[in-house]
Design a protein around this ligand. Structure first.
Ligand SMILES: [Ca+2]
Length: 245
């Protein structure tokens, strides 16, 4: 039988020997990592091959391509999300974004956006990533029309959720998206990966239940030129996304 006054001592001793090694007993506990905010498939190293009839294509795991023109996927295999393979990508793989139209000039082959939307309860300081972009200058049928590579991040709450319109149709314009939204517009072409980042420090004290990251090739146009919206091309490659706390 153990004396009652010894019980706390024994318990405390057991706690020390069962919860830490010799080296780290004196260290203060570290802050819990906001693991649920980790971006799924952030380095785009995981793709799944989809087969529909005679058509085969690859989609990045966890991410969602806008399905506004999903029927074209099934008929042509062409779409916005594509697998990029190259020695300049981490682990040899990255996400290629492609906005194009069919050579007949009349049919859009891919819509302009895709996204990820998941639970996240701690707003990070930054989103970091790498990109390549081609969509301005002499690229496409109407070289005078330039596209924009747009990255939009929205932190939302269960009472102000991101809408399906925001996820599927919006091109991420601030007037179309309400709440804690940050937009990065890239208009300079580069064939070599460049770093980008978005800063969320102004939101840092606010609550969040969900985050959505929107990847967009915003189609360029001349306002009064009478040129159809979608007759130019744009490509981009995204790799190594990371929320920084
Ligand atoms: Ca990668």
């Amino acid at each position: 039988m153990i004396n009652k006054t010894l019980k706390p001592v024994i318990f405390f001793t057991l706690l020390i020997f069962t919860s830490c090694s010799d080296d780290d007993c004196t260290e203060a506990p570290t802050e819990p990592v906001a693991e649920q905010c980790d971006i799924p498939n952030a380095s785009f190293d995981n793709f799944s091959t989809i087969t529909e009839g005679s058509v085969t294509y690859d989609l990045p795991d966890e991410w969602t391509e806008s399905n506004a023109l999903a029927f074209l996927r099934g008929s042509t295999g062409n779409g916005f999300f594509n697998k990029y393979e190259g020695s300049d990508a981490s682990n040899g793989l990255a996400l290629k974004l492609k906005r194009s139209h069919h050579p007949d000039g009349n049919t859009i082959e891919s819509f302009q956006k895709g996204y990820i939307h998941y639970a996240c309860n701690q707003i990070p300081k930054k989103l970091k990533g790498r990109y390549k972009f081609r969509g301005a200058g002499d690229f496409g049928t109407y070289p005078e029309i330039t596209d924009t590579l747009r990255v939009v991040v929205k932190f939302s709450s269960s009472t102000n959720q991101v809408s399906m319109r925001e996820l599927e149709l919006s091109d991420g314009r601030s007037e179309e998206m309400s709440g804690n939204v940050k937009i990065l517009d890239i208009t300079s072409e580069t064939d070599i990966f460049q770093d980008f980042e978005l800063d969320f420090t102004e939101f840092i004290d606010q609550s969040s239940d969900l985050v959505s990251i929107h990847l967009i090739l915003k189609q360029g146009r001349f306002a009064d030129a009478g040129i159809p919206l979608s007759f130019n091309f744009a490509n981009a490659v995204i790799d190594d996304l990371e929320f920084e706390y």
